[in-house]
Design a protein around this ligand. Structure first.
Ligand SMILES: Cc1cc2nc3c(=O)[nH]c(=O)nc-3n(C[C@H](O)[C@H](O)[C@H](O)COP(=O)(O)OP(=O)(O)OC[C@H]3O[C@@H](n4cnc5c(N)ncnc54)[C@H](O)[C@@H]3O)c2cc1C
Length: 420
């Protein structure tokens, strides 16, 4: 069986940045396994600009950003297997991948970086009532069809879900000459970034129906109409509030889920993000297996993916070189009242002087403190006038705050008192 130092699953922005970092830290035996025909992952279908402001101080399109990272990988002669899918990982780090030329190949790795991105929730996941005609597809599928293959999925389109991909696609469809009749969002607020609501909906007079969902899909062979209804506090459609739109496509932007089953299948602990539980080195509960990018938690900015991937690349290199110290601390980190998730879920060592905590809140909230409570004592409070789920918060705390080096950290929202 072939043996390598580092095997990376996925050649998107996370996998590529992690590979470059590990190489630059002295690891030479690296292979990247990528299911697609080219490196770059989801970026290759995101032809709008807005990528890379942090990384390259330039506004790039997704493919331009991907190209720059793919070139760094090629310049270092890092081995990449394209059109190759990883089908299993074992607890002793034997990875099986398949492709047309080599068939099924087993590789034993000293370390693995999981960077397989995420997948979209589809119609089956929400069970929309009504017919099952053609013309119901996810925003990512619609984006791939138009940006890579030149097919517009409809001329009169309705969008369910106000996630960023849905918003970006509303603008894209409009620019390509389709009529976007509206976007329905089941929550009383949008799940997309504010800038995308302004630039993709408001600028094109596309209505956003908050607290609404699709209550009926109508059509024999192809979508003919979509009915939406306002929902009550339990998200049930309210009779009498129906609105019907004549349309030929229903596009779903209803959430992304980390593509983490290769790790969860072998018992690696899973967190509230549906990605793996990790410590501050991004090491999972199986030593030598690391995770980064959208497979760990869904990111809205590629710059954050790259920063995270560099940590995974550095940690994997240190693990291979026998220089990753994870014994000194043993602190569990949990999200409580109002906080949807926190990452890392565990603090284990002292190689860095601080820990960067990433978190998202459950719903838009005003005038609150993000409160960090360690072994029952508040060690940090950060005031937020407004905090929304679509924007990830990053808060750094020095390791010196965790004096006992063991125990539990809880992170929650506490309202600011009027006289505070
Ligand atoms: C539609 C959309 C618009 C966005 N717009 C912006 C923006 O304007 N600005 C910005 O900064 N960020 C934006 N982002 C966010 C950012 O670009 C992504 O979060 C980031 O690129 C994700 O990188 P990744 O490597 O984690 O995942 P991906 O890019 O999804 O890469 C994962 C790779 O793993 C491969 N893979 C999966 N499973 C396997 C397997 N079993 N075997 C082998 N390979 C596998 C996949 O083929 C894929 O290439 C956007 C994201 C999306 C989806």
């Amino acid at each position: 069986m072939r043996k390598v130092d580092l095997l990376i699953i996925g050649g998107g922005s996370a996998g590529l940045a992690a590979a470059v970092e590990a190489y630059d830290r002295g690891i030479r035996s690296i292979i990247i396994i990528e299911r697609g025909a080219e490196l770059g992952g989801i970026l290759n279908q995101c032809i709008h600009n807005g990528f890379g402001l942090g990384e390259f101080k330039e506004e790039l399109t997704g493919p331009e950003f991907a190209y720059r990272f793919a070139k760094q990988v090629q310049d270092r002669n890092i081995e990449c297997h394209l059109l190759s899918t990883v089908t299993s990982v074992t607890p002793n780090k034997v990875v099986t991948y398949v492709n047309e030329e080599e068939g099924s190949v087993e590789v034993e790795a000293k370390a693995i970086i999981m960077a397989a991105g995420c997948y979209e929730r589809n119609a089956g996941a929400i069970g929309v009532p009504g017919d099952r005609p053609a013309g119901v597809l996810t925003a990512g599928q619609a984006q791939l069809m138009i940006n890579k293959f030149g097919y517009l999925c409809g001329k009169r389109i309705f969008i369910l879900g106000s996630g960023d991909i849905g918003l970006i696609m509303a603008r894209r469809f409009t620019l390509e000459g389709a009529k976007v009749l509206g976007v329905a969002e089941i929550m009383p607020y949008s799940n997309g970034l504010n800038r995308n609501i302004v630039q993709c909906l408001n600028d094109y007079d596309i209505p956003l129906y908050l607290s609404h969902t699709v209550s009926q899909v109508i059509g024999k062979k192809h979508v003919e109409k979509v009915e939406i209804s306002q929902v009550d506090e339990k998200f049930r459609p309210i009779p009498g509030t129906e609105k019907v739109f004549d349309c030929d496509a229903l596009v779903l932007s209803i959430g992304l889920i980390p593509n983490n089953t290769l790790l969860s299948d072998i018992g690696i602990k899973v967190s509230g993000t549906k990605g793996a539980e990790v410590d501050q080195y991004l090491q999972t509960s199986l030593p030598g297996v690391f995770s980064c990018g959208n497979v760990l938690h869904v990111h809205d900015l590629v710059d954050n993916v790259v920063k995270e991937a560099r940590i995974a690349g550095e940690s994997a290199a240190r693990y291979i070189q026998g220089d990753l110290h994870v014994e000194e601390y043993d602190i569990s980190c949990a999200a409580k009242d109002g906080v949807g998730y926190i990452l890392p879920q565990h603090i284990s060592g002292s190689d860095y002087e601080k820990v960067d905590f990433k978190l998202r809140v459950r719903k838009p909230t005003q005038n609150v403190y993000i409160e960090f409570i360690y072994n029952g004592e508040t060690i940090k409070r950060v005031f937020k006038g407004v905090i929304i789920p679509s924007e990830m918060e990053v808060i750094s705390l020095p390791l010196s705050l965790f004096k006992e080096k063991k125990g539990a950290l809880e992170v929650k929202l506490t309202p600011k008192e009027v006289n505070q």
